[in-house]
Design a protein around this ligand. Sequence first.
Ligand code: GH3
Ligand code: MG
Ligand code: MG
Length: 367
Amino acid sequence: MPQFLISEPAESFLISLTESLDEVDIGIMLLDRDLRIRFLNRRHAQILGVPLEAWRCGATFRDVLDQAASRFWFAVPPEHVSQCLDQLEQAVRSGSVMPAHIDVADGSRLLFACKICPDGGRILTYADVSRELRQEELLAMEQINAELRFNNETMEDHAAHLASLAEATDESIRKVEEAKRELEREILERRQLEARLREMATTDGLTGALNRSGFLALAQAELDREPSPGRGLALMMLDVDHFKSINDRYGHAGGDLALKHLVTLLGGRTRRTDLLGRLGGEEFAILLPEIIPDEAERMAQRLVTHVAEHPVAFESQSIQMTVSIGLTVVTGPDRSIEHILARADDALYRAKRGGRNRVVKDQEVEA
Ligand code: GH3
Ligand code: MG
Ligand code: MG
């Protein structure tokens, strides 16, 4: 038996109790053991959208469900409504309804619970949890938004970082390429300078012919090479005749011009492979590699004639000069440039003594 803490008549207490239940914010329905409605509070009627007075005596829980379904009260697709009602009725009948959610077509959500009463009836409660759920959803949304914002900011930070890295990398590549170009420029300049220095070290500044050391080095290299069969190597020592008097007559500038002119004449009558060197003053040497021995003397003669026949114009005058040549053809084993030069020089001396403007061939080394 229920324990009452009051002593008023049961009927007035029941009225007062049902009135109180009408004030609570939870829908309450009491069913008897056959699931017929014994009591329905005002809130429940509100939830169902049907006034309390509309419920007839003897209506069953299934009637409530059918009535609600006929007004599309459930937020369930029409094809599933019947199955949904059966399940609810069955669950209430068995009294095994765990608190479960019911979604209503107006967008609200109810927390539905069923308990078996000691007399075999049921007490059903419906609590509107939409607001709490919305609150939870809002909180979840807010959390998701915060995470998204954080992710966006992080992504933006990463993007900015990557962009600055890319910029820094581009700048580094540009600097490296610039340094590379600068280095290549320096290497080229250095090579050009070295070539120029090498040239200056081996070239005569006035005439452009090889200087003494340049000529000696290259001539010795030629002498160290074995000539082809039937070919030899010849060397001419050439000296301008009475050059002193050219200087005396046309001045030093006239003498210089005559020397340059001479080198031009000799260059035009020798082969590309021949070496022409200015050994000093107005004295020159010509090395003729890979030459037929008889041809060397004819060539020396042609040079003497060529120079004599080609004066150079200087200040409305004409500088005429002749040269003497001492020739030696190398066929023997002695291939030292100094010895060969000495032999040619000896022949040159004899050409001078013989009257100048001529060729004298060194007899000692003749084949
Ligand atoms: P030879 O026929 O016996 O050879 O008589 P040469 O007058 O030619 O010989 P010599 O050795 O007596 O005189 C050579 C002159 O050449 C002397 C020197 O002043 C001059 N000379 C040497 N080098 C240069 C030069 O670079 N420029 C000019 N203009 N004269 C030079
Ligand atoms: Mg001379
Ligand atoms: Mg001389």
